[in-house]
Design a protein around this ligand. Structure first.
Ligand SMILES: CC(C)(COP(=O)(O)OP(=O)(O)OC[C@H]1O[C@@H](n2cnc3c(N)ncnc32)[C@H](O)[C@@H]1OP(=O)(O)O)[C@@H](O)C(=O)NCCC(=O)NCCSC(=O)C[C@H](O)C(=O)O
Ligand SMILES: [Mg+2]
Length: 290
């Protein structure tokens, strides 16, 4: 079982770093994690001011159980180095790095964070959102132990592919799968991309279900109204919890009788199903305190 998957990251909400009201409001939004954004949601003229606001918010200790992260501007931009330095000093739970294209980029970010005195607890979350990142995802994911989470950037990916945003996301499925394979191979968590139509909660929920069925740990979000449905879809259901308990009980009883295989509800259960049942119960336990 991957340790990275045990911390609930069902709902991960972006908010513009320049928006003081959103930063304040986030203290009461029941998202599992927050991404205080310095990149796309902040205009060039507002970057320096947003950097100060975000660093102060991250250092405030006022966001409770929510995992607090800062998305810096990407490598090669005029703001990247100053953003990394400010983030290292603020010491959030993670620094989210957009447009990570290679393992080398991860190592450079790791070096810069260390040089700037970032605390050990500050992880790296790498955004994979380009064709090159999809094709190199396993090397990116394995580049550093400090890297704990891959984050899909499906808007940038669609743009780079010249793909259309369509229900079911057929043009993106190869990329989503490659990134998932890389995350699972390396024991990292992985978050699905955002759903842009904030008024279409039905379409949003369908995309959450698709992400969960694929195996994502949670989804990145852009509006508070998306948090509750996302938390619900990515949490183990009562039915899953009850079935997981029965699987474990039935398998343990069979093991006491010297058998390594059993059926539950007419379906074959082996040790691998028990491992998955334990993962589901551990996630349910972690979520229940929220
Ligand atoms: C999408 C929005 C611009 C919509 O804004 P707006 O029309 O103002 O929303 P509402 O009027 O419905 O807002 C209601 C209240 O909720 C607060 N709010 C809104 N969004 C957030 C948020 N993200 N976090 C916290 N609070 C939020 C408003 O302030 C209102 O509060 P109140 O006045 O007290 O009632 C807007 O939602 C928004 O800016 N969302 C975030 C956009 C963003 O961060 N984009 C960048 C990340 S996505 C990305 O880059 C993807 C990736 O890189 C890729 O490639 O795919
Ligand atoms: Mg992007």
């Amino acid at each position: 079982m991957s340790n990275a998957s045990l911390r609930p990251r069902r709902s991960v909400l972006y908010m513009p770093g320049a928006n003081e009201r959103a930063l304040e409001k986030a203290k009461t939004i029941p998202a599992d994690a927050l991404i205080l954004d310095l990149e796309d949601a902040v205009a060039p003229d507002a970057k320096a001011d947003a950097r100060k606001r975000v660093a102060a918010a991250a250092a405030s200790g006022e966001y409770g159980y929510r995992e607090l992260t800062i998305r810096v501007n990407g490598p090669g931009t005029p703001w990247h180095t100053d953003d990394l330095r400010a983030a290292a000093e603020a010491g959030p739970d993670a620094v989210v790095v957009p447009k990570v294209d290679s393992a080398q980029t991860v190592r450079e970010v790791e070096f810069a964070l260390q040089a700037a005195g970032a605390p050990d607890r500050t992880a790296i979350w790498a955004m994979v959102e380009t064709p090159r990142a999809m094709l190199d995802a396993r090397h990116i994911a394995a580049a550093s132990e400090r890297l704990t989470v891959l984050v899909m950037g499906t808007n940038d990916l669609a743009k780079e592919l010249h793909a259309e945003h369509v229900a079911g996301r057929a043009p993106l499925l190869t990329g989503l799968s490659l990134a998932l394979l890389a995350a699972r191979e390396t024991g990292k968590a992985i978050l699905d991309g955002v759903y842009n139509d904030v008024k279409d909660l039905e379409g949003f929920e369908a995309e959450c279900v698709q992400g969960r069925q694929f195996g994502f740990d949670g989804k990145t979000l852009i509006h508070p109204a998306q948090v509750e449905p996302c938390n619900r879809v990515f949490a183990p259901s009562d039915e899953q919890i009850e079935r997981s308990r029965r699987i474990i009980d039935a398998f343990e009883e069979a093991a006491r009788e010297g058998r390594g295989v059993v059926t539950v509800d007419g379906r074959m259960i082996e040790n691998l199903h028990v491992e998955d049942a334990r993962r589901i119960l551990a996630l349910a336990e972690a979520v229940s305190g929220r």
